[in-house]
Design a protein around this ligand. Sequence first.
Ligand code: HEC
Length: 439
Amino acid sequence: MFRTLLVFALIAAAATTASAANPTFYKDVLPVLQERCQECHRAGEIGPMTLFTYKETRPWAKSIREVVRTKKMPPWFANPNHGKFVNDRSLSQSEIDILAAWSDTGAAEGSPKDAPAPKQWTSGWGMPVRPDVVIGMKQPFSLPAAATIDYQYIVIPTGFTEDKWVQMVEARPSNRGVVHHAVVFVRGPADKWLRGEAKPFEPWSPPKTGADGKPRQGDIDGFGAEFLTVYTPGNLPDVFKPGQARLIKAGSDLVLQMHYTTNGKPGTDLTQIGLVFSKEKPLERIITVAVGNSRFVIPPGDPAYRVPTRFQVPNDSTILSFFPHMHVRGKGFEYKVQLPGEEMKTMLQVDNYNFNWQLSYRLAEPLKFPAGTRFEFTGIFDNSPNNPYNPDPKSQVRFGEQSWEEMSIGFFDLAVPLDMDRKSFFRRSSPTPPAPRAE
Ligand code: HEC
């Protein structure tokens, strides 16, 4: 039995080496490009060139070898020792070997007969299907060649006369060169957010002290509306499982928080949001929660300053995904969870956080957790001169919206009962669980 396995293993190894020794574009390289690269390297997406044909790909052979060996491409930052993620883009060693060997052996074309069937993409959208409805900015936003632009909050009425359950959603800027990020919120008809005196961001953290009387270390959320989706370069559209969806109540507005950055020439942007509705009423609602800490001071020069946020939840739920957020001094981010009676466990560890690639990490197996579960999210900052993105290693850095200020926010998506929202998730729903507190 053992011997048979060994023989099989040897044959398998020999087969891989044989095809990797003289790889051709159609037989060996194109399947990898389809599965791992065309998502971005196709017309209308963020990759600077398309990687479909031999003619398009051949000039990049050397460069492809370089970026896959150094793991610069595809962008993915999770430490593989913690957690499994459905959207893990990292290449296997054999995929890296194929691309590198192809480049090293003269980047042969091979025979088109060996090509896989072309992969189908939805043109103009990253979602697998075209949207049922597109809602967007009515007026383009104009940018000068150079300036610092405050976050723009753009309110767009949906005109929906009934509640809508959203199965997929994608935000698409028309000019990705100037959009650092777009966060899309749903403002319900009764929400006061951005009406009258209400400010865009007010850390929402009920009591200022925990049950033990000590000052709280975290701010639970800061926005007066529910999250719908986020656009950042390289992040995927939201596509939920059947039975799970986000809610847009009748009469809601979408509110876009746009972070525009100028890029040396004047330009305009018109961001659009594509929605695909659930065919049936879902069983669970998806909400996004943001938990952060806004009371830190990063000392000048510190190469690894840790900003932890600790909190406990008063309700049962299921965690689906994570989205760490820091600015240019962000170096790493950790999400840890401690189920009642168990050890603290790392669910995601991002080792080389990159401000230009803000990604969601979607759990292969969503984690159900009971009331009383503790979480610890930690942003790690490099304020030393060794950080090439650091605008000023001599400064003390505090919380703020602009890139030279910092944030340490752990976003995460939860599946909750249909009648629960972001705030009621943090409220005690029965007498037994402990009150919410970020300690
Ligand atoms: C999530 C989107 C995304 C995926 C997936 C992706 N790329 Fe890229 N790629 C980009 C973007 C954006 C750039 C330009 C910015 C940069 O270099 O970081 C880039 C740059 C490159 C470059 C350098 C181009 C230059 O101008 O020097 C190469 C080569 C490359 N990608 C190859 C690949 C290969 C091969 C794959 C698949 C194994 C891949 N990429 C997957 C988005 C992506």
